[in-house]
Design a protein around this ligand. Structure first.
Ligand SMILES: C[S@@+](CC[C@H](N)C(=O)[O-])C[C@H]1O[C@@H](n2cnc3c(N)ncnc32)[C@H](O)[C@@H]1O
Length: 230
């Protein structure tokens, strides 16, 4: 990542939903083919819903690396409000977005849950040292931390790994980071990422993940899902 703050601005993706784009570093928070489509496919369907299949009725412990615009949080929260699951959601974000940046994206209206606007904005912007109580089955804690400042081994059923890509942020895709992710999962837990690069897959395998290349979101052939086997 560059040392100066990139010029991230709202950018409309092909499914109609907004993301943030920086011309300076030619990077987006989501796929330009569709922010909502990508987040739904990669994180909610291939991560949360996959793990729900084997979890019985217990709450899912979920860790997100790179909370960003909070789109994955909103999509997960809506699944909870629909009565499909209960989730304890912990998210790391060292560079939280400001309220006016989140307002400009208007994701809660895109997703037809305008009632989530205030509780969402509160959770995304207010510093708090303990989790927000559940609304609709989702507890939430935002930690303003870099991935390497956080440790909670053997605690998560699913990790949404949503860092910027290896070209922009190579330091997020190393064996050291993936080994920390592996340890953070419970046996049987999964890490999902939009990235399908062979190098990343091999790095994940080198720290113990069993990695599946599965169908990617619209516009991408594949994505990766790694499972902690023991
Ligand atoms: C691809 S974007 C986020 C996408 C996000 N999940 C969303 O739906 O908007 C990557 C995010 O990772 C965050 N990030 C950068 N370095 C990080 C680090 N060391 N640990 C955790 N997150 C980091 C960035 O600030 C950014 O918000």
């Amino acid at each position: 990542m560059p040392s100066t703050a990139p010029d991230f601005r709202p950018y409309r993706t092909a499914d109609g939903s907004l993301t943030l784009r920086s011309d300076a570093i030619d990077e987006h928070y989501h796929s330009v083919v569709g922010a909502v489509n990508e987040s739904t496919h990669v994180y909610v369907q291939a991560g949360l819903e996959y793990i729900l299949g084997g979890s019985g009725d217990r709450p899912i412990d979920l860790l997100e690396i790179g909370l960003g615009t909070g789109l994955n949080l909103l999509l997960t929260w809506i699944r909870c409000l629909e009565g499909k699951c209960a989730v304890n959601y912990t998210a790391l974000e060292p560079y939280p977005l400001a309220r006016d940046q989140l307002l400009a994206l208007d994701h809660w209206n895109d997703l037809a849950w305008p009632g989530l606007e205030e509780p969402f904005l509160e959770r995304m912007t207010v510093d708090r040292s303990y989790p927000w109580p559940a609304i609709g089955g989702l507890t939430f804690q935002r930690l303003v931390l870099h991935e390497d400042q956080f440790k909670n081994d053997g605690s998560y059923d699913v990790i949404y790994f949503d860092a910027f890509g290896p070209n922009t942020q190579p330091e997020m895709w190393t064996a050291e980071v993936m080994a920390r992710m592996y340890k953070a999962l419970r046996p049987g837990g999964v890490l999902v990422t939009y990235c399908a690069k062979g190098d990343v897959r091999r790095t994940m395998q080198s720290v113990g993940f069993s990695v599946d290349r599965i169908q990617g979101p619209p516009g991408k052939r594949e994505m990766l899902r790694g499972t902690r086997v023991s």
